[in-house]
Design a protein around this ligand. Structure first.
Ligand code: FAD
Ligand code: NAG
Ligand code: NAG
Ligand code: NAG
Ligand code: NAG
Ligand code: NAG
Ligand code: NAG
Ligand code: NAG
Ligand code: NAG
Ligand code: NAG
Length: 627
C-alpha cells in the first residue's frame, strides 16, 4: 500500500473521519522487508546487495543530504575543504584528560556515502592476522580467508596514466587483489618528489618497500591506493554502490530523513522484536513510522549507532534511567569500548616543488590548479593531501625495549604497529585544534600554534605517526534521549600506558624519517627543515616526558572510531553476535564500523566496505535470499 503518491496537500482531509493524509515529497511505502538506518559507507553497500534480489524491498533512511551539495567532495584536491561543510557532522570530543583536557573536533560524514564521502581517500585492508583474531574471539566466518574474496569482488583497480614525468617506481599492485567490482581504486595523479622520497626513507625505520599492501600483509610502504575512479573522482559508497542501482524499483532511498528511534513490539514469548523505525522527514517536517517485515539494520556509524540503540532502550542501565528511557534490553556494553587511532605530526619547510602547499597560496593559484585538473586531469589538484602511508612492524625485541610488552601479551605481534603518513602540506593546520578547556601544557599553550604558525606563502610537508596498537578504550554516552543532541564522545586517547610508549618511539622515528637523505634533500633550513616542533621546543636529546608533552598538545583523531557495538559474546563486552544480531532483541542488526572488536592495522574504509559486503552475505544466507 502506498501512503500517498506525489506531494498532496489536502485540506479536504481535515473534514474526513480519517487522519489527514501525510504530506510526502516522494513515494514511499509503509512497509519494507528491510529498513537500513544510515546511508553511509556500509549502509549503501548493504542496500545494493540486498536489492540484487528484485523482490526484496529495501528502504534507506539517511539524515544528511546527497553529497553533491558540496561538489568538492569529488575531487582529490578538494579534500582539504570538506571539514565543517553541510556533509560533516562536525562533532567534538569531551575534554581529553590525557591531552591537556583539549577538546578535539571530530569529523563524520553526514549524507549519502557517509564518511566515505569526506574521508582522506586512502584505501587499505590491513593484515590477515587481525581478522583471524576476530575469529579467535568468537566470530566464526570473519577470518581473512572469508573476507578477502569479498574485498576482491567489490573492487576494481584503475592503472595509472604513465605518460607523465613522475617517478612511477612504487606504483605497483597485485592484479589478483582486485576484480571488476564497484569500488574504484587508483593511485593519485600527481606525485611530488618528496612523496617518492618518503617511500625510500622508510628504510631509516625498518619499513621495507613492498609491491602490494592489500593482499593480507599490511607491513611495508609503496605508493598508496585511494578510492578514485579512472577520472580521479572520488569513489564513495554513494558513487560506487548507490548511483549505479538507484533506479531499482525495490530500493527507496530518502535523504534528509533522520531516524529518531527503533520501534519494538513484545511477542508472545516475551521477546522484544524490532518492527520498524520512526524518522523525521526534514523537508516536510513530518514524523513518520515505517515497518520492516524482516529487519531493521542500523548503519549509522560509531557514534550514532550506539546512540540510536540507547535512545531506543538498548544500553547501559544508568544511561537509560538518567535519560528517562524505557528499557528494552539492558546491555552495559553499548557505547562502551570506543576504540580509535590518533595521530600527531612534525612539519618541515621544503622547496616549493616538493609540496602541494603553493597550490593554495592564493585564490587564483587554487582556481588554476582546479581548472587544470578539470581540463586535463593533471597538476597538484589531482593529489589528496596524503595517501602514501608506511606501515611499520616492530620486532619483539623493540617492543620489549620500549616498554610495550603488553603488545606481545595481547598477541598483536603479526601485524603492523605504527602507521607513518606523508602529507604534501602542513597537516594538521590550526583548524584541527580548539583551545583547552582548562589544562595547561609545558609550552604554556594548548594548540599547535604554540609551536609554529605556517606561512601561507611557504611550502611544507608533514610526517605523521599513528600508533596502531591502540589499547586505550573510551565511550559514547547520551546527552539526552534525542537523536538531535550529539552524543558525548570520549575516545580516551592515551589512557593505556602502552599506547604512550609506542607513540614516543614513533616520534623519534618521525625525526629519523625526516633526516633520511631521500627526504632531507628537499628541506630548507637547519635540522632538516623541521619547523614544528623544532629543536628549540623538543631538543634532540629530549626526555620521553618532554616528547610526550608535544604529543599531548598535538594529537588529533585519525578518524577510526569503532567498537561501540562490538561483535563479541555479550559476556566479553559484545553488543552483536557474529551474525551482527543485537543481543536481547529480534530482527535488529548493527552493520557498520561500530561492530569492530579489535582495530585493523590500517585506515578503516577498506575494512568497513568489507563489513558491508559480509553483512549482506550473512543476511542473504539467514533469509535464504537467492541472488
Ligand atoms: C575526516 C575523516 C577522514 C578519514 N580518512 C580515511 C581514509 O583516508 N582512509 C580510510 O580508510 N578511512 C578513513 N576514514 C574512516 C572511514 O571513512 C570510516 O571509518 C568509515 O567510512 C565509517 O563507515 P560507517 O559506514 O561505519 O559510517 P559512516 O560512513 O559515517 O555512515 C553513517 C551514516 O549514518 C548516517 N546517520 C547518522 N545518524 C543518522 C540518523 N539519525 N538517521 C539517519 N542516518 C543517520 C550518517 O549521516 C552517515 O551517512 C576517515 C573518516 C573521517 C571522518
Ligand atoms: C601471521 O598471520 C597469518 C594470518 O593470520 C598466519 O597465516 C601466519 O601463520 C601468522 N604468522 C605468524 C608467524 O604467526
Ligand atoms: C603523452 O603526453 C604528451 C604530452 O602531454 C602528448 O603529446 C602525447 O600524445 C601523449 N602520448 C600518449 C601515448 O598519450
Ligand atoms: C609481512 O611483510 C613484511 C615485510 O615484507 C615481512 O617482514 C613479514 O614477515 C610479513 N609477514 C607475514 C606474516 O608474512
Ligand atoms: C535512472 O533513471 C533516470 C531517470 O529516468 C535516468 O536519467 C538515469 O540514467 C538512470 N540511471 C541509471 C544508472 O540507470
Ligand atoms: C506497523 O507495525 C506495528 C507494530 O507491529 C503495527 O501496529 C502497525 O499496524 C504496522 N503498520 C502498518 C502500516 O503495517
Ligand atoms: C614474538 O613474541 C610472540 C608472543 O610472545 C611469539 O609468539 C613470537 O614467536 C615471537 N616472535 C619471534 C620472531 O620471536
Ligand atoms: C612571505 O611573506 C612574508 C610576509 O609578507 C614575506 O616577508 C616573505 O618574504 C615572503 N616569503 C616568500 C618566500 O615569498
Ligand atoms: C592496557 O592494555 C592492556 C592490554 O589490553 C591491559 O592489560 C591493561 O590493563 C591496560 N591498561 C590500562 C591502564 O588500561
Ligand atoms: C641535552 O643536551 C643539552 C645540550 O647539550 C644539555 O644541556 C642537556 O642537559 C641535555 N638534556 C638531557 C635530558 O640529556
Amino acid at each position: 500500500m502506498y501512503l500517498s503518491t506525489l506531494i498532496t496537500l489536502t485540506l479536504a482531509g481535515a473534514a474526513c473521519a480519517k487522519p489527514i493524509k501525510k504530506i510526502k515529497r516522494q513515494t514511499i511505502q509503509d512497509t519494507y522487508d528491510f529498513i537500513i538506518a544510515g546511508g553511509g559507507t556500509a549502509g549503501l553497500v548493504i542496500a545494493n546487495r540486498l536489492t540484487e534480489c528484485p523482490s526484496t524491498r529495501v528502504l534507506v533512511l539517511e539524515a544528511g543530504p546527497e553529497p553533491g551539495v558540496v561538489a568538492n567532495y569529488m575531487y582529490p584536491g578538494g579534500n582539504q575543504n570538506l571539514a565543517g561543510t553541510a556533509i560533516d557532522y562536525n562533532y567534538y570530543t569531551l575534554p581529553q584528560k590525557n591531552l591537556n583536557n583539549r577538546i578535539l573536533p571530530y569529523h563524520r560524514g553526514r549524507g549519502l556515502g557517509g564518511s566515505s564521502a569526506i574521508n582522506g581517500l586512502y584505501y587499505g585492508r590491513g593484515s590477515a592476522s587481525v581478522y583471524d583474531h576476530w575469529v579467535q574471539l568468537g566470530n566464526q566466518g570473519w577470518g581473512w580467508d572469508d573476507l578477502y574474496p569479498l574485498s576482491i569482488k567489490q573492487t576494481h583497480f584503475n592503472p595509472p596514466n604513465l605518460n607523465d614525468s613522475f617517478d612511477h617506481s612504487f606504483q605497483t599492485w597485485d592484479p589478483t587483489a582486485y576484480s571488476n567490482g564497484e569500488l574504484q581504486i587508483a593511485f593519485q595523479g600527481y606525485v611530488p618528489d618528496s612523496n617518492v622520497g618518503f617511500i625510500r626513507a622508510g628504510e631509516a625505520i625498518g619499513i621495507p618497500i613492498v609491491n602490494e599492501l592489500n593482499n593480507g600483509n599490511n607491513t611495508g610502504v609503496k605508493q598508496g591506493t585511494g578510492c578514485f575512479d579512472s577520472r580521479l573522482r572520488r569513489s564513495s559508497s554513494y558513487d560506487a554502490f548507490y548511483k549505479p542501482v538507484q533506479n531499482r524499483t525495490s530500493l527507496d532511498v530518502l535523504h534528509y530523513a533522520s531516524v529518531t528511534s527503533i520501534q519494538f513490539t513484545k511477542g508472545s514469548n516475551g521477546a522484544s522484536r524490532a518492527t520498524g523505525v520512526s524518522f523525521t522527514d526534514q523537508p516536510t517536517g513530518q514524523f513518520i513510522t515505517v515497518n520492516a517485515t524482516k529487519e531493521v539494520i542500523v548503519a549509522m556509524g560509531a557514534f550514532n549507532s550506539p546512540q540510536l540503540l540507547m535512545i531506543s532502550g538498548i544500553g547501559p542501565q544508568a544511561q537509560l534511567s538518567q535519560n528517562g528511557i524505557n528499557p528494552v534490553h539492558i546491555n552495559e556494553n553499548v557505547g562502551q569500548n570506543l576504540n580509535d587511532h590518533c595521530v600527531f605530526s612534525i612539519m618541515a619547510l621544503v622547496e616549493q616543488t616538493a609540496s602541494t602547499s603553493s597550490m593554495s597560496v592564493s585564490a587564483s593559484t587554487l582556481e588554476a590548479a582546479q581548472q587544470q585538473f578539470l581540463d586535463s586531469l593533471t597538476g597538484p589538484y589531482t593529489a589528496p593531501s596524503g595517501i602514501t602511508n608506511g606501515f611499520q612492524q616492530l620486532s619483539n625485541a623493540t617492543l620489549r625495549a620500549i616498554g610495550a610488552q603488553a603488545v606481545l601479551n595481547a598477541g598483536l605481534v603479526n601485524q603492523s604497529h605504527v602507521e607513518f603518513l606523508y602529507e604534501s602540506l602542513f597537516y594538521p593546520s590550526g583548524l584541527a585544534f580548539l583551545p583547552s578547556s582548562g589544562g595547561t601544557s609545558s609550552t604554556g599553550g594548548t594548540s599547535s600554534s604554540a609551536y609554529y604558525v605556517p606561512q601561507s606563502n611557504l611550502s611544507y610537508i608533514s610526517l605523521t605517526a599513528s600508533p596502531l596498537v591502540a589499547l586505550s578504550r573510551g565511550s559514547v554516552t547520551l546527552k539526552s534521549a534525542s537523536i538531535f543532541d550529539a552524543p558525548n564522545i570520549d575516545p580516551n586517547y592515551y589512557s593505556n600506558e602502552t599506547d604512550r610508549v609506542v607513540a614516543i618511539n614513533a616520534f623519534k622515528d618521525l625525526r629519523k624519517l625526516l633526516a633520511h637523505p631521500a627526504i632531507a634533500q628537499f628541506t630548507i633550513g637547519p635540522n632538516n627543515g623541521e619547523v614544528q616542533p623544532g629543536l628549540a621546543h623538543i631538543p634532540a636529546n629530549a626526555s620521553d616526558d618532554t616528547i610526550f608533552d608535544y604529543i599531548k598538545a598535538n594529537t588529533i583523531p585519525n578518524w577510526h572510531a569503532s567498537g561501540t557495538c562490538q561483535m563479541l559474546p555479550e559476556a566479553d563486552g559484545g553488543v552483536v553476535d557474529s551474525h551482527l544480531r543485537v543481543y536481547g532483541v529480534q530482527n535488529l542488526r548493527v552493520c557498520d564500523v561500530s561492530i569492530i572488536p579489535r582495530l585493523p592495522d590500517v585506515n578503516l574504509q577498506g575494512p568497513v566496505f568489507m563489513i558491508g559486503e559480509k553483512s549482506a552475505q550473512i543476511i542473504k544466507e539467514d533469509y535464504n535470499l537467492q541472488c
